[in-house]
Design a protein around this ligand. Structure first.
Ligand SMILES: Cc1cc2nc3c(=O)[nH]c(=O)nc-3n(C[C@H](O)[C@H](O)[C@H](O)COP(=O)(O)OP(=O)(O)OC[C@H]3O[C@@H](n4cnc5c(N)ncnc54)[C@H](O)[C@@H]3O)c2cc1C
Length: 365
């Protein structure tokens, strides 16, 4: 009996404490309406306090890049907070360098709004829009890569620089109960304003790629936002080396198409690394461009061609193949896109070939 009384007593006290905490949370964390002053009065927002800066901005249609949906694991959602944010959290520290910390740069997903804020956002982020796009075409490119055509609603258009990316928001499916947001580079050229094309490789166990490959069908509507990113063509060279592997072809295809459509006087060579012939795609597309344009050359390279591949093209590591084509010591730009391993190896080779490191641009994924 004594034991039962003690247990009931403890349970009662715990329940009262829990209710107290819930009620206190509700009142103490009620920060009321807070103001956000963006770019010295350029835009003034009124938002409910208690939410993250990232979500407060998104609900006002200001989209900050974020590939992890607010979990502080991608480090993309940086915003300069000039006034009103609390101390930098340990979750932010790994993503902020010394200079950024001095300038007040924060991960907007980790800044909880508790009072009025003054922030700075680069103007180009105001160009980022939200689209409810319809998947109008899905094409199998290889055993694990598909291309998706998204068309926007009547009257909606996008303006982007070749090389930039979009963010896809998934819906809950199967055992995945939460929405996820992931980045995918646009493979279509900027002249195509009524939609975008994305090239997506299926990652085993990946939330978004499993959703796209196994659950999305032509006719489905998906929320996408964009354009984002700093990976785009800089116009101060007339000699370009492009290198990609797998779905890393996406932004390179957009940049090359853009240059050729605009008839810019640039010399271009594109090295595409794959393992076997089965991993090549859009070969006809690039061969056609080569036939039509003297200033463009396409070099697919297989690292391990199979006996059935009947391959007469370049073989070996794509970096070694590149060394056979590209001269050292000239004023060229390099644009690289693919796995971190491939990009790191390329940078090493390019710098050994006297490329200026500041003229080597890349997106690793
Ligand atoms: C700027 C940019 C542009 C990009 N462009 C492209 C593009 O054009 N094409 C493209 O294909 N990709 C692109 N990516 C990569 C893309 O954004 C995704 O990271 C990628 O598709 C994987 O997403 P996912 O949701 O399928 O995988 P995630 O769910 O994020 O999983 C990634 C990995 O983690 C593992 N994992 C997941 N959950 C767990 C867990 N609980 N425990 C252990 N392991 C786990 C998965 O198995 C997988 O190996 C780009 C990335 C960036 C940053």
């Amino acid at each position: 009996m004594e034991i039962l009384k003690t247990i009931l007593g403890i349970t009662g006290i715990s329940t009262v404490l829990a209710v107290f905490i819930i009620v206190a949370e509700k009142f103490l964390n009620n920060y009321g309406e807070c103001g956000i002053d963006i770019n010295d009065g350029g835009k003034l927002l009124k938002v409910d306090g208690g939410v993250s800066l990232l979500s407060a901005l998104a609900s006002n249609k200001i989209f900050i890049p974020s590939a992890c949906g607010g979990k502080a694991t991608c480090g993309l959602c940086k915003v300069k907070v000039l006034d009103g944010a609390g101390p930098v959290l340990p979750t932010e520290e790994p993503y902020l360098n010394k200079q950024e910390l001095q300038e007040g740069v924060r991960l907007s997903c980790q800044v909880r709004i508790k009072k009025d804020l003054r922030i700075y956002i680069p103007e180009e982020l105001f160009n980022i829009k939200e689209f409810n796009a319809t998947v109008t075409r899905i094409t199998d490119l290889t055993r694990d890569i598909k291309e998706y055509r998204f068309d926007f609603r009547e009257g909606e258009e996008i303006s982007f620089r070749a090389g930039q990316y979009m963010q896809i928001e998934t819906k809950p499916y199967g055992k995945v109960k939460e929405r996820a947001i992931r980045a995918y580079s646009i493979s279509s050229p900027p002249s195509d304003k009524k939609g975008v094309e994305l090239i997506i490789r299926k990652v085993p166990g990946g939330v978004c790629t499993t959703y796209m490959h196994d659950h999305v069908r032509e006719g489905d509507e998906i929320r996408i936002t964009g354009p984002y990113g700093e990976f785009y063509m800089r116009d101060d060279s007339d000699d370009y080396v492009f290198m990609a592997g797998g779905s890393g072809m996406a932004p390179i295809k957009s940049i090359i198409s853009d240059i050729l459509e605009k008839k810019l006087d640039k010399k271009m060579i594109f090295f595409f690394g794959a393992v076997t012939k089965k991993d090549l795609f859009h070969t006809e597309f690039f061969r056609e461009l080569e036939k039509k344009h003297d200033n463009f050359k396409y070099v697919p390279a297989l690292s391990n061609p199979g006996p059935d591949d009947d391959w007469e093209g370049e073989a070996g590591l794509v970096t070694d193949v590149m060394k056979r084509y590209v001269e050292t010591g000239r004023d060229r730009h390099a644009y690289l896109c693919g796995s971190p391993g491939m990009i790191n190896a390329c940078i090493k080779v390019l710098t050994s070939m006297e490329f200026d490191e500041s003229k080597i641009f890349y997106d690793k994924f």
